[in-house]
Design a binder for this molecule. Structure first.
Ligand SMILES: Cc1cc2nc3c(=O)[nH]c(=O)nc-3n(C[C@H](O)[C@H](O)[C@H](O)COP(=O)(O)OP(=O)(O)OC[C@H]3O[C@@H](n4cnc5c(N)ncnc54)[C@H](O)[C@@H]3O)c2cc1C
Length: 427
């Protein structure tokens, strides 16, 4: 990395993306590095979409737009961070320029923005387009548009009480540059299918539309949500399949096609379903694919300090990074803290050198189960660790909802001790 003369030049930090990863990292960089850097954030939208709560709002017949769009502009302004509402079109890591196009009105002209530090927090392209039949016959809950489409199907009298299939398409994970402990995953984020199946069971019973027996879970791999750790998955399957009598189909490989009455998989199996709720492949954005800083799929390759080895001025946070496996907001939060410290360290203003630790992932998530109950998973079994905790109850629902309130109140900058507190209370 070229030496920056900090006496004559205030380094320009350009953060691409402003959802969970981008908003948090931009604000933490300001906190850690103070005013030693100029910070600019680029996103095509000016609000954060609180993705994890979409399923529960949809099943409560609430429009996700009402509660899950959090405008972030004033938080950035308070922190003296510039915001550019624009589409990222191209990244040039040699000239250190990003080409963006303003998106507020069509017809805008592209511009180049120079950076000294680039933080890529652009998430991934959730590739529903790659699933034949999805537009006509598929449903999902990963954004407000699809959440509302499912809500209308369920609550406007379209659902006829038929079978429901819930599961994921195959995730194409890169291997290049990954640490040994990072195992291959066959689905990018399988907490949502677990949560959807439980939330839906409750809704079906409440409305007398059916029961958990209507639902079949499917997974491309041997175990659904294997990243939670096999003992935890087995406990979940015991509840869902043995006790609640859901169907379970594994090793399907990938979704071949969604058709009117079901889903066909590439292993030749199929599941009959009136309602097909799927999560797709998390595919990197097209402009990421051929960059010299990405793996064979297009995810940003970094070391455990979230810096690209060849271009250490390029860092990454969240779903766009190869190290984020599974794709979870909580993982992005851990990475954001590391990136903020790296920049503070380069500026010579790192406040707590003892906190300057490498990425050491742990899965921590809450999933709605209906009845104002939630499950809580705290596990590092997937990475070879020894922690594997799953608990269920009303308290975890309160913690899930409390996290959202705290996230909104702090403007996407949850306190660092929040994770430790969650562990203490949750475990
Ligand atoms: C249904 C569902 C439930 C989930 N539940 C949980 C959960 O309980 N716990 C958990 O930890 N995780 C959960 N996740 C995963 C979590 O949502 C993601 O890991 C998280 O959103 C990733 O954050 P990110 O900032 O890396 O990417 P994203 O949230 O995808 O944000 C990327 C940002 O970049 C912007 N962007 C993208 N491309 C461009 C471009 N070309 N130009 C300009 N801007 C661009 C987008 O507008 C967006 O604001 C869930 C996911 C789903 C789908």
């Amino acid at each position: 990395m070229d030496q920056i003369n900090l006496k004559t030049h205030k380094p320009k930090v350009l953060v691409l993306g402003s959802n969970f990863g981008g908003l948090t990292v931009a604000r933490l960089i300001r906190e850690e590095a103070g005013h030693t850097v100029d910070i600019t954030v680029v996103d095509r939208k000016s609000y954060l979409l609180f993705v994890p709560n979409i399923p529960l709002e949809v099943f409560a017949n609430n429009d996700p737009i009402d509660k899950l769009h959090m405008p972030f502009y004033h938080f950035l302004k308070e922190d003296n961070i510039d915001f550019l509402q624009a589409e990222v079109k191209e990244i040039d890591v040699v000239s250190k320029n990003v080409t963006i196009m303003p998106v507020e009105r069509p017809g805008s002209a592209s511009e180049k923005v120079y950076y000294d530090y680039l933080v890529i927090a652009l998430g991934a392209r959730l590739d529903y387009e790659a699933i034949p039949g999805f537009a006509e016959y598929g449903h999902t809950v990963s954004d407000s548009y699809y959440g509302n489409k499912l809500r209308r199907y369920l609550f406007n009298g379209h659902y006829k009480g038929g079978p429901i299939a819930v599961g994921s398409a195959r995730f194409k994970m890169g291997k290049k540059g990954n640490p040994e402990w990072l195992n291959e995953m066959k689905a990018a984020c399988e907490g949502p299918p677990l949560e959807i199946s439980l939330g839906l069971s409750d809704l079906l019973e409440q409305r007398k539309w059916g029961s958990s027996k209507n639902i079949t879970l499917f997974t491309p791999g041997e175990y659904i949500a294997e990243d939670a750790g096999i003992p935890i998955v087995k406990e979940f399957l015991h509840m869902a399949v043995d006790e609640m009598k859901m169907g379970y189909v594994n090793n399907v490989g990938d979704i071949k096609e969604i058709y009117k009455d079901g889903i066909e998989f590439i292993n030749g199996q199929s599941v009959e379903a009136e309602l097909k709720i799927v999560l797709p492949n998390w595919n990197p954005h097209v402009f990421m694919k051929d960059l010299p800083i990405v793996d064979e799929e297009g995810f940003l390759m970094t070391d455990l300090y979230m810096r690209n080895k060849e271009h250490p001025e390029v860092m990454g946070v969240g779903d766009a990074t190869a190290l984020a496996a599974p794709k979870l907001g909580g993982i992005g939060d851990m990475q954001a803290r590391i990136v903020a410290r790296q920049i503070a360290k380069d500026m010579g203003v790192l406040k707590h050198p003892a906190d300057d630790k490498p990425f050491n992932p742990v899965i921590m998530c809450f999933g709605d189960m209906g009845h104002h109950k939630a499950f809580y998973i705290h596990s590092d079994l997937f990475y070879g660790g020894k922690t594997g905790i799953m608990k269920m109850g009303h308290m975890y629902y309160a913690m899930k909802m409390g996290f959202k309130e705290m996230y909104y109140r702090t403007g996407g900058k949850p306190p660092g001790w929040g994770i430790r507190l969650t562990e203490i209370v949750g475990d």
